[in-house]
Design a protein around this ligand. Structure first.
Ligand SMILES: *Cc1c(COP(=O)(O)O)cnc(C)c1O
Length: 398
């Protein structure tokens, strides 16, 4: 058998990373999912329903746009994969559409989710409205204040937003509350996790659902460049789902360089950063073994990034593995560099990117790509949700 980076072991390991470290009371829920997800996803009826929704509801395939003015600036050939044009404004819906269909096949009648910045909560509330399923989203009390427009969106879509008031009152605490809910409601409830994190099978499940991004890229590249394979694929990494989707069908093509871009915040070693691949050590977070920002006692260190979608103290186990074996390269980009990239793409191509996405764009100058190279940047989301941050930083943007 040939080895593939795509497939974890049956217990969900990518090298030393992954697995399922869950309390005993959660084991049956995770086990039900683990033993059924591959079979359900392989069912032609499931695929037909998924492909129909991706096309008519999400708006796929998303375009692969050749950014000519950006290319001229960096003296290389740059394409943008337009996930920002997906319904709800980012790639997250690729995952929630797939998971709600899976939940229905498992006979579940109620959906829960955790959310930090609110983007995953909105994508989950959206598909619950579509399917007529009740939806409870757990969100830290502090995040609810910081991200009030997304709280309003979720409520408008019919979801109940429950305030997590323990600990730091942010994503980590919302996740704990969601897990508690799932333990209390194991039979009727499915927990939709928003990135390639959590216990096996979630990292593999979410990577497979996001893999549509690179599946489309290969076809579109063949049409536009005469080859399915680019020289570089660049994506930002919070938990790692848009990067997993953009990398997936290139993982076993060693000539394609995979570049994962993390948030350096004020600077990797400033004490205010989310550059997990540099600062993290192996540890367990949200049910899987991965790289994790932690102090000498193993307590999670608060991550920082101006971008709410990237300030996560871990990365998915697949990315931890790709970094360890050298299959992916990691670059860290500061708040300031990301803001400059927001301004650059807006002015050069008429596209205002999400702040998360801008981290990937800011790495363009560091790739060492030449005039004959083809570079694909995964444009994970649009900037509408970040307008308040952009307003506060107008002096750096114009
Ligand atoms: C949530 C989000 C991210 C980060 O999440 P990943 O799982 O790492 O993809 C990146 N970009 C946008 C636009 C997001 O909303």
């Amino acid at each position: 058998m040939t080895t593939s980076y795509k497939q974890p072991t049956t217990r969900g390991y990518y090298g030393q990373f992954g697995g399922a470290f869950v309390p005993e009371m959660l084991f049956p829920n995770v086990e039900e999912l683990r033993t059924q997800y591959l079979e359900i996803m392989a069912d032609p009826a499931f695929q037909a329903e998924l492909q129909g929704l991706l096309r008519d509801y999400v708006g796929r395939p998303t375009p692969l746009f050749e950014a000519k003015r950006l290319s001229a600036k960096y003296n290389t050939r740059i394409f943008l994969k337009r996930e920002d044009l997906c319904h709800t404004g980012a790639h997250k819906i690729n995952n929630t559409v797939g998971q709600i269909l899976l939940a229905k096949r498992l006979g579940k009648t109620r959906i829960i989710a955790e959310t930090g910045a609110g983007q995953h909560g909105v994508a989950t509330a959206t598909v619950c409205a579509l399917m007529g399923l009740p939806c409870v989203v757990y969100m830290g009390a502090i995040d609810m204040e910081r991200q009030a427009p997304n709280v309003a969106r979720m409520r408008l879509l019919g979801a109940e937003v429950r305030r997590a008031t323990s600990g730091s009152q942010t994503l980590k605490d919302a996740t704990n509350e969601a897990i508690r809910d799932w333990i209390a409601n194991p039979v009727d409830t499915h927990y939709i996790i928003g990135s390639v994190v959590g216990p096996h099978p979630y990292p593999d499940l979410v990577a497979r659902l996001q893999a549509v991004i690179s599946e489309e890229m290969r076809k579109q590249l063949l049409e536009k460049t005469g080859s399915e394979l680019p020289d570089f694929v660049v994506a930002c990494v919070g938990g790692g789902s848009n990067a997993a989707g953009a990398f997936y069908h290139f993982l076993d093509e060693p000539e394609v360089r995979l570049v994962a871009v993390e948030a350096a915040g004020h600077g990797v070693h400033s004490g205010h950063s989310a550059a997990t691949s540099v600062l993290g050590k192996p540890g367990i977070i949200h049910g899987s073994k991965t790289l994790l920002m932690q102090d000498e006692h193993g307590q999670i260190t608060e991550p920082y990034s101006l971008s709410a979608g990237l300030d996560y103290p871990g990365i998915g186990p697949l990315h931890a593995y790709l970094g360890e074996v050298g299959r992916a390269e990691f670059i860290a980009i500061t708040d300031e560099e990301a803001l400059a990239a927001v301004a650059e793409l807006s002015r050069l191509e008429g596209i205002i990117p999400a702040l998360e996405t801008a981290h990937a764009l800011a790495a363009l100058g560091q790739l060492g790509a030449g005039p004959d190279d083809v570079v694909v940047v995964n444009l994970s989301g649009r900037g509408d949700k970040d307008l308040e941050t952009y307003l506060k930083n107008m002096d750096k943007l114009i």
